[in-house]
Ligand binder design. Sequence first.
Ligand code: UT7
Length: 330
Amino acid sequence: MSDKRAVITGIEAYLPEYILTNDELSTMVDTSDEWIMSRVGIKERRILKEDGLGTSYMGEKAVKKLLEATGTRPEEVDLLICATVSPDMLFPATANIISDKVGILNAWGFDMNAGCCGFIYSFETVRRFVETGLYKKAVLVCGERLSCMTDYTDRKTCPLFGDASVALLIEPTEDMEMGFLDSMMHVDGVGRNYLYQRAGGSLYPPTEETLQERLHYIHQDGQTVFKYAVSRMADVSADMMEKHHLTADDIAYLIPHQANLRIIDATGRRMGLSPDKILIDIEKFGNTGGTSIPLAIWDFRDKFKKGDLLMFSAFGAGFTWGSILYRWAY
Ligand code: UT7
């Protein structure tokens, strides 16, 4: 057992300026603000439009803001993990590219590919390093440019996704009441049949055919993913409460992955939470994949008080799902 906990000591975000509204989407495909708001809950999303900029561009911006806000010199950072399914390129890792751009010279790092569980999987990983005491200043950067793999001729997927990056500083504390308290993580490869980007890897390298068949875009069997997401995300959140003998009164806030308002509502109901305890900003940012939970943490950070018990719950491609129980430390 470790005698340290991992705590978030800083969080900063970068959001691209361009706002793609439901009204603009309605001029591109056969959809409407009414359908998107009632079935998903999204009003608008940010899009990194400029050519020649990838996920590392947003990650660099978020990490630079984080270092400045926390008074951290790049040389002090000893670990940098980047959670993304939209890396700049298949290799090298986007973590390496961001490290270079920011001047993080004394760290090692890697990318984490866990779909919309990018944050919870990578936070679970970072905390293991930090709790040993060997790593003292870890940067976790979550970033997605999902717009680059979204098919804007497919109304079933194009309203869903947005771009963003969030960087967190994670440090050890000896206060065992604070920070990362527990996690429950799951994976089930059955998900590979329902949510994927088929081509571009070693199985289907890019060819004229893969381009013509639009295999480089996100494909989702929405209804199947929805059914799994509703049950798995609610189950794991309830399991965490049961394990720690928690009631709804003990939880200050649930910060869920922001994929669909109906999935979030089902999780909140299962936990017995009143709506004011469920933090939701899907309306403004859409589904930013593994970045959505830290984006909501950043968005609502002024609400948190030291000692607030938070639950982070996510479900995503893979399938991956899980929950983290976290006590806000500042
Ligand atoms: O983040 C990682 C994990 N992902 C998720 O958790 C997403 C889970 N899935 C979902 O959130 C929902 O399944 C979606 C939001 C993707 C879709 O909502 P749905 O209620 O499951 O819609 P559906 O796919 O069953 O489609 C219902 C109808 C269809 O029309 P017909 O066949 O009944 O005539 C679709 O063609 O709605 C139609 N439709 C649309 N209509 C207007 C689908 N997309 C649109 C659209 N605008 N954008």
